[in-house]
Structures are given as C-alpha cells and as structure tokens.
Design a protein around this ligand. Structure first.
Ligand SMILES: [Zn+2]
Length: 185
C-alpha cells in the first residue's frame, strides 16, 4: 500500500482514479476513489456487467491529481451504452476516449478495438463463433457487425443451432472473398 505513495517524498504528483456511472434517470452514481487505474477500471467493468440490463447509459473514469486545485480531471474513459449491432440489446458500450467498444451481455461480447499493429485500422469481432473483421473507422466496424448481426438474427428465428452460425460465417467470408475478387477485376 505504501508503495503507491512512494512518489510523495520524491515530490511527484499523486494521482487518484474516480469511476462513475449514469443511471436510467440521468443521476450520476459514484463508484469510489482508487489509487490505481486497474482497480478503478475493474470496478467500473464489474458494475456494468453485473447490471447490464438495468439501463445505465453513460460511464466515466477520470484521473485527478491529489492536493491540487486544478479544476480539470483527465478523462481516461468516457463510455456510452448503445444498441449492440449483433444481439440488439442496449449493452454495447462505446468508449470515445480510446475508441473501442464491448457488448456486456455475457452471451454476446461483440467488440471493436483500434489495432495495435496497424494505424487507422479498427478490428471487430464476435467471440461465440470466432468471427473477426476489420475496417478503417469505428463506423465501418459497426457496419460490419451490423451486417453480420442481421444475418445471425434471421437465422435465430428459424434455428438457434450454433452450426447454423458457423455455416453463416463461412458463407459471409466467402461472399467477402467474392466481393474482393470483383473489386480486383
Ligand atoms: Zn451484444
């Protein structure tokens, strides 16, 4: 515990991490104050996953400097709950600071993330069947997931068999290959 404050005697700034969430009525609920970003983020994520159906609509994680009269906190996360492009629930949290997103419905977990490898590449995916794709923007990634989600939902009405999803994925990838071929010729 003392390690966290070791910077103090060195004259370094001490930072505190403050997560909060906005409920369905627009009221901000505090989620504590933490000495490290990891614990603050864990608390925020747990709150969202444990209460994914409760209609929370916005969440923030900010960093303050302790014993400072600065009136501005540094935003580390600013997330909004949107309708998930795959499962259609309002459980898709988009973080506008880091430009990534995750569906907190445990059975879905569709995601969007900026690529570490390539600049201006946005990856997206749906873990239940290992679907991944990429785009050059967050909107493009959303479109990819939406296109795929629409096909999954249609198939679920007829048959919820996971094998149907696998077939759909194969078909989808094949159709993409065909499209690329068209672009080349
Ligand atoms: Zn979802």
């Amino acid at each position: 515990m003392l390690d966290t404050y070791a910077g103090d005697s060195m004259g370094n700034d001490i930072f505190v991490f403050v997560p909060s969430i906005v409920n369905i009525d627009g009221i901000v609920e505090g989620l504590g104050i933490y000495s490290n970003e990891k614990s603050a983020l864990e608390k925020l994520r747990k709150k969202i996953s444990d209460n994914w159906s409760d209609g929370y609509k916005e969440a923030q994680l900010v960093m303050w400097t302790l014993d400072s009269d600065s009136t501005d906190a540094t935003p580390l996360k600013h997330m909004y709950a949107k309708t998930c492009p795959i499962c259609d629930e309002r459980t898709f949290w988009i973080d506008v600071v880091e430009m990534n997103a995750l569906c907190y419905l445990p059975a879905c977990q569709a995601w969007i993330e900026s690529s570490d490898i390539e600049e201006e590449r946005i990856d997206c995916g749906w873990p239940p069947i290992g679907f991944t794709s990429h785009s050059d923007s967050i909107e493009g990634a959303l479109r990819e997931l939406r296109k795929y989600g629409a096909r999954i939902r249609t198939s679920m009405i007829e048959d919820s068999d996971i094998f149907t999803h696998r077939t759909l994925l194969e078909e989808y990838e094949l159709s993409k290959k065909e499209k690329n071929k068209d672009n080349i010729t």
